[in-house]
Design a binder for this molecule. Structure first.
Ligand code: CLF
Ligand code: SF4
Length: 294
């Protein structure tokens, strides 16, 4: 893997040197703990599954109870001593329940040398920034697929917030407002913010630069453009081709460094990017000790 010299804000130099998803540390690994069972929005492309064969976000062998997280970290570090990041990226949303932050706080207490990381749709971010900082989380990925409600309403079917189910423009406006508020608050607390944007050529293909511009203004440090995997309600759309992906990256790069080595990780990925060892990690772990929300 080529080592890109991506320019990350010097406040985050330690992260840039040690976090494999920031483009400058391909020799480092990450472990995902699949402790987040639920989601509070519905993206039209999302299909969460439980299996050990698919390599994509939203897939895990099972949802892990929070208390089992430390044991998995210990085993993973033996299997892959290069692991420098413990992240939580599903299979649901990291902030839809408290599981992720409880788990990351435990990991941080036991392994302060590891970087805590999480990915989220951002809906609950404004209410969780203090807890994220207290849990020792160093980097947060926020998935921002549009900053225009008329575009986002074609991607997000519904948002559940404060006991209400919102749809259409109303849902899109709320989600965008909460994402942008959360990004600004995280950056102000010196938490590195990475943006993930799912590139759906027919919906947000010419909008990625605008996402990068808006989030950069609020303090985001890097963006990762993920090609659509056509599934769920968007199964009829085409995945972007190389030209479309390169054009979107070029548009984003006007405003933010672009991470180009994303592996579209499972929610229980483990190892160096591109060298997943999660099958070995989980082969001797009894499913009797786990539960599934599949
Ligand atoms: Fe995981 Fe994401 Fe943290 Fe990395 S993954 S939560 S920032 S530790 Fe990395 Fe995997 Fe791509 Fe994500 S390669 S899907 S960008
Ligand atoms: Fe699926 Fe993530 Fe969207 Fe929730 S935020 S619906 S888990 S893709």
């Amino acid at each position: 893997m080529a080592c890109l010299e991506l320019k990350i804000d010097e406040r985050f130099e330690h992260l840039a040197k040690n976090h494999p998803c920031l483009g400058r540390a391909p020799h480092k690994g990450r472990l995902h703990l699949p402790v987040s069972p639920a989601c509070n929005i519905k993206c039209r492309f999302c299909t969460r599954r439980f299996n050990d064969v698919e390599t994509r976000p939203g897939v895990a062998r099972q949802v892990l109870p929070v208390v089992e997280g430390l044991g998995i970290v210990e085993k993973a570090r033996v299997l892959c001593p290069e692991i420098s990041v413990v992240g939580i990226a599903g299979p649901g949303d990291s902030l839809a329940t408290n599981h992720a932050l409880e788990c990351l706080a435990l990991v941080h207490e036991q392994y302060p040398d590891l970087i805590g990381c999480m990915s989220t749709n951002g809906l609950m971010l404004p209410d969780r920034v203090e807890t994220i900082v207290a849990a020792g989380v160093g980097s947060v990925t926020v998935t921002v697929n549009a900053v225009e409600p008329s575009i986002l309403e074609r991607i997000v079917e519904r948002v559940v917030f404060d006991g209400d189910i919102l749809t259409g423009i109303e849902a899109a406006e709320l989600l965008i407002a909460r994402q942008l508020e959360g990004i600004k608050a995280l950056a102000a607390k010196d938490v590195l913010v990475k943006i993930n944007s799912v590139l759906i050529p027919e919906i947000n293909g010419s909008h990625i630069g605008r996402i990068a511009e808006a989030t950069a203004q609020l303090g985001a440090s890097i963006i990762n453009i993920i090609p659509l995997i056509p599934q769920g309600d968007l199964a009829h759309l085409a995945a972007p081709d190389c030209t479309q992906l390169n054009e979107a990256r070029a548009a984003a790069e006007e405003y933010l460094p672009v991470f180009r080595h994303c592996q579209h990780c499972r929610a229980d990925a483990c190892g160096l990017l591109g060298e997943d060892v999660s099958n070995q990690l989980y082969q001797n772990i009894s499913s009797e000790n786990t539960f599934s929300h599949g």
